[in-house]
Design a protein around this ligand. Structure first.
Ligand code: HEM
Length: 501
């Protein structure tokens, strides 16, 4: 080897060695964050930190945060530090501290920390917007989800239950194993399609319709490029911004953008009105509230992404629990038939509101299976957490493990048992506040709570009034939870058998 080549190789080796030394010192420094702050922490491992993967499918991964909750709780801590990659995150376990973050001191925790990219207008929505912009939009949208507006929209939701009725009839006739998440997914697509987008999706007749396909893709199909984009948007949001990275797949974004824009133009051109969410947003756009067209489109997309998978998962997992509990199923059916009889055998808004045990059954399913298993907030102003001695620095993400709280035996005796009586009036009054968070809490809680509950209950009534449901032997137990998804997703699917009553 000649001398210049030798020199070059030596320089290269030295540079590489220095780089490795600097990088490992940097990682060690990052992983010292919680120790330097005297906060109990879980030992991280490079490169995942305490996460299971560098390439998750969402921002806060429910099953993983539940394991953090269980570990810190068993050590007697009220807060604890973890790392995703090299990013420090604070896990908060104590219900009083959770109350402070979500409500009392909300002004210091206004952000959710979800990536948004100016180059992709539909990503700039109420779920991802930071404090000031979020507040403006939230004020405008609050009027869209009042009880009165839900009541007015009830018939539009109910119109979609005919497709579900037809599908159930056919499935019961075939005596086949019913993939209930798929069936309910078609119903929720039709409801959201009709109420938020103003279009008839007919998912039951055409299960591969573009709308349904996009819904499936948004939550369940991630290419390597999608995972890389998500990785950058989660771990290096500033760099991702500069690179114009999108965290919503381009074809999905384009499809929603154009279909919403076309429907709005069609209605405005032809002076058409309809009782749905889209109409309420169009009215806001044309009022002194001045919602821009891009804002409108982004919010409609968000209603789809926030409302579709959460409601489908809630309904199908409630049916899963009901199918395994004959006593509760009988009690539910008796209540449903008795109330419907009082309402001319029609499903009405008031009839649904009268079904108390149904409400309890849904609440209990949301306890066992909260679709959004972790609530996140980003600290927007440095904040001292009561007398814990911990000060949360501006920019730190706080993880509130709803799934962990919902399964904690200190608050829920025999926590894995599905028991709707936990939500009877008497039992509800004895519950410790901030241990049940299926819709989050405080000014930034779920705005679509009433809508989500309404469509869930309509679907349950439609199934249970006509069919006895039992679990098919095809279902593999336990269902398991995919550790990497944002909206809770089971590893095994739920198959039910339907018997006509
Ligand atoms: C059973 C069904 C649903 C569940 C369990 C659920 C749960 C949640 C949770 C836990 C959050 C975060 C709250 C927080 O950070 O404190 C959330 C936020 C949100 N949800 Fe839902 N959701 C459901 C249905 C819906 C529906 C049907 C819509 C709209 C049509 C919707 C729209 C939203 C929006 C817009 C936000 C963001 C609110 C904000 O940041 O101001 N959700 N949801």
């Amino acid at each position: 080897m000649s001398a210049p080549v030798q020199d070059f190789c030596l320089t290269l080796l030295v540079s590489l060695f220095t780089l490795v030394l600097v990088a490992s010192a940097y990682v060690r420094y990052c992983y010292g964050y919680w120790k330097r702050r005297n906060v109990p922490y879980l030992e991280p491992k490079f490169p995942f930190g305490n996460s299971t993967s560098l390439f998750p499918k969402g921002i806060s991964i429910g099953a993983v945060t539940r394991s953090f909750y269980d570990k810190f709780k068993s050590m007697g801590h009220t807060v604890g530090g973890v790392y995703f990659g090299v990013e420090p995150k604070l896990v908060v376990l104590d219900p009083d501290l959770i109350r402070d973050i979500l409500i009392k001191d909300f002004q210091n925790f206004t952000d959710r920390g979800v990536y948004q990219s100016e180059s992709d207008p539909i990503s700039v929505n109420i779920f991802s917007q930071p404090g000031k912009e979020w507040r403006n939009v939230r004020v405008k949208l609050t009027s869209v989800f009042t009880s009165a507006k839900m009541k007015a929209m009830f018939q539009t939701i109910l119109d979609c239950h005919e497709g579900l009725e037809e599908a159930l009839k056919e499935l019961a006739r075939q005596k086949s194993d019913v993939d209930i998440l798929e069936v309910i997914g078609c119903f929720t697509t039709d409801v959201i399609g009709s109420c938020a987008f103003g279009i008839e999706c007919n998912s039951f007749k055409d299960p591969d319709a573009e709308f349904r396909r996009m819904g499936r893709k948004l939550f369940n199909e991630f290419s390597l490029a999608d995972r890389l984009n998500l990785f950058l948007s989660i771990y290096a949001p500033n760099l991702a911004q500069k690179l114009g990275v999108r965290n919503i797949q381009k074809d999905i974004s384009r499809f929603f953008f154009h279909s919403i824009k076309d429907t709005v133009s069609h209605r405005e051109r032809n002076n058409l009105r309809r009782n749905d969410l889209l109409q309420l947003l169009i009215d806001l756009k044309n009022s002194e509230m001045r919602l821009s067209m891009n804002e409108l489109i982004a919010q409609v997309f968000l209603f789809f992404s926030a409302g579709f998978e959460t409601s489908s998962s809630t309904t199908s997992l409630a049916l899963f629990e009901i199918s395994r509990n004959d006593v509760a199923q009988k009690k539910l059916r008796e209540e449903i038939l008795e109330v419907l009889a009082k309402h001319d055998n029609k499903i009405t808004y008031d009839a649904i509101a009268e079904m108390k045990y149904l409400g309890q059954a849904v609440d209990e399913s949301l306890r066992l299976w909260p679709p959004v298993a972790t609530i996140t907030r980003v600290c927007t102003k440095s904040h001292k957490l009561q007398d814990t001695g911990v000060t949360v620095e501006k920019g730190t993400t706080v993880l509130i493990p709803a799934l962990g709280l919902h399964h904690d035996p200190e608050y829920w005796p025999d926590p894995e048992k599905w028991d709707p009586d936990r939500f009877s009036n008497e039992n509800k009054d004895n519950r410790r506040p901030f241990t049940y968070l299926p819709f989050g809490e405080g000014p930034r809680n779920c705005i679509g709570l009433r809508f989500g509950l309404l469509q869930t209950k309509i679907a349950l009534v439609t199934v249970l009034k006509d069919y006895r449901v039992s679990l098919s032997p095809k279902t593999i137990l336990p269902l398991g939870v995919d550790p990497e998804t944002f909206v809770l997703h089971n590893i095994n699917r739920v198959y039910l058998l339907l018997d006509k009553i």
